[in-house]
Design a protein around this ligand. Structure first.
Ligand code: GDP
Length: 479
């Protein structure tokens, strides 16, 4: 009987061992990528700290024991005059008033505010970037700073071209979208019409069975803004945003300028670790010791943690918005890191002058995908001389076989190819197609620098669904 028990134990142990071996089988990178894609998981490459979507991830396995929640970073975007400034001002003013700090300090491109949710004070960081162009310009440089996008739409005006663009940029960045329907105090306000229009952009209100929260607000009167802040906070909670405060401090440059008296002044968003007064950092091609560390209200700080924007003085040069910054062990390390960035910028300029691009192009992305046998995804931006043309092109593209290539429209519309289209394409590894229009020189140079392919065609709408004359549109393209 003892022998039998022993044999059973041995058999059980061997079984467990087999199971462990099966579970702990090491997978190669490509298999991991496929599994991650299948289950819609993000995979982070340990060597580069970038995830499968090319975004920098500031938290790794080693941080697990030290993770703490961090506030969300929110960007507000929308059509001009729809009330973005009024909304941000209202939130900022109420914050200043609440703290009796008196007077509003000059905008530094980002600020924190507190929201009361379920009796608790929670923090939210707002980025006050000039528009969706800045949002994608940052993404084009590899920075992913926004956790949530608020799209503001005036209830008396509805969806306008820049609303479409803002939504396209937020969707391409794959951040959750909250819609603020503004100006509800105005006589002509028609929030229901705005909601209907938004369906066209794949934004379906929660009350209609979709998953986009939409809040009615008046940035002028302050109505609905508490609700908006609460929904932002709930959305952040769902995302379970975390950081490890013990890590090396790092993040993204939000804004920087040269002050005649104090030298370069930079607004930095802390995305990992804790930055301290006296830290030696590099920010893009600049480096230096933090002589002055301030919060968004201009108060001196000893230290600041994740999702907090800080103003620093002490850098030797003015960095660019969207560049990465990080704390270094000593000045030599910081200087060397800055030199590496300077060298990269120099190489890019050289490539620009010689006509070559140094960033990943769509064709190289396509070969990577071929290796892993994954379906090729083509991110497209389509611009045409008329909306009818754009619709015709999309209709013909939809007739192409979709098994080998899946098409995703980042943006389509009538009008010129703009710098912001190029940034959007660069940030998402996309391709820009122009029909009956040519990019101007500035746009073309920008595209070359970022390695974005812009292909232009002459096309006529009359031949829709005709015979194939071009490999791109299949039918309407004549030249
Ligand atoms: P931005 O271009 O999106 O930053 O828009 P602004 O915040 O500058 O607002 C444009 C205009 O709309 C200004 O004259 C604001 O006073 C006005 N405005 C903004 N929000 C509201 C609102 O909720 N109600 C009303 N009646 N007017 C508003």
């Amino acid at each position: 009987a003892r022998k039998q028990r022993e044999a059973e134990r041995e058999e059980k142990a061997a079984g467990q061992q087999r199971e462990r071996e099966e579970i702990f089988e090491v997978l190669d990178k490509n298999t991991c990528k496929l599994v991650a894609a299948e289950y819609d998981l993000l995979m982070v490459d340990k060597d580069t700290s970038k995830d499968t979507k090319g975004r920098k991830d500031f938290v790794s396995e080693e941080d697990i024991d030290h993770l703490q929640p961090r506030p969300p970073v929110v960007t507000v975007m929308g059509h001009v005059d729809h009330g973005k400034t009024s909304l941000l001002d209202y939130i900022r003013k109420s914050r200043v008033a609440a703290r009796e700090a008196g007077g509003i300090t000059q905008g530094i491109g980002a600020y924190n505010t507190t929201v009361e949710v379920d009796g608790e004070q929670r923090m939210v960081c707002f980025l006050d970037t000039p528009g969706h162009e800045a949002f994608s310009a940052m993404r084009a440089r590899g920075a992913q700073v926004t956790d949530i996008a608020v799209i503001i739409v005036a209830a008396d005006d509805g969806i306008r071209p820049q609303t479409r663009e803002a939504v396209a940029h937020a969707q391409a960045a794959e951040v959750p979208i909250i819609v603020a329907i503004n100006k509800i105090d105005k006589p002509g306000a028609d929030p229901e019409r705005v909601k209907t229009e938004l369906l066209e952009l794949n934004l379906v209100p929660e009350e209609w069975g979709g998953n986009t929260p939409m809040v009615l607000v008046s940035a002028k009167k302050g109505e609905g803004i508490a609700d908006l802040l609460q929904i932002i906070s709930w959305t952040a909670e769902e995302k379970a945003l975390v950081c490890n405060p013990l890590n090396r401090a790092q993040g993204t440059v939000i804004e920087a300028h040269l002050d005649r008296k104090v030298g370069p002044v930079a607004t930095l968003l802390v995305q990992a670790g804790t930055v301290k007064h006296g830290d030696i950092i590099n920010a893009g091609g600049a480096y230096g010791k933090i002589r002055v560390l301030k919060d968004d209200l201009g108060n001196n700080l000893e230290s600041a943690g994740a999702s907090i924007p800080v103003q620093v003085i002490g850098l030797n040069l003015t960095p660019m918005a969207g560049e990465e910054w990080s704390a270094a062990a000593n000045e030599t390390e910081a200087r060397e890191a800055a030199e590496v960035v300077q060298e990269k910028v120099r190489m890019q300029r050289m490539a620009e002058m010689t006509g070559g691009g140094s960033m990943v192009t769509l064709s190289s992305l396509a070969t990577v995908d071929e290796d892993s046998e994954a379906m090729q995804k083509l991110n497209l931006i389509i611009k045409g001389d008329s909306m009818g043309m754009v619709e015709a092109i999309k209709a013909s593209l939809s007739t192409l076989p979709q098994e080998a290539i899946s098409l995703r429209y980042l943006l389509s519309g009538s009008g010129d190819i703009t710098l912001s289209d190029i940034d959007l394409a660069a940030a998402s590894g996309g391709l820009v197609l122009g029909f009956n229009l040519e990019p101007n020189d500035i746009v073309e140079t920008h595209a070359k620098r970022l390695g974005v392919r812009v292909m232009t065609y002459k096309a006529e709408v009359k031949a829709v669904f005709g015979s194939s004359k071009s490999k791109v549109a299949g039918c309407v393209v004549t030249q």
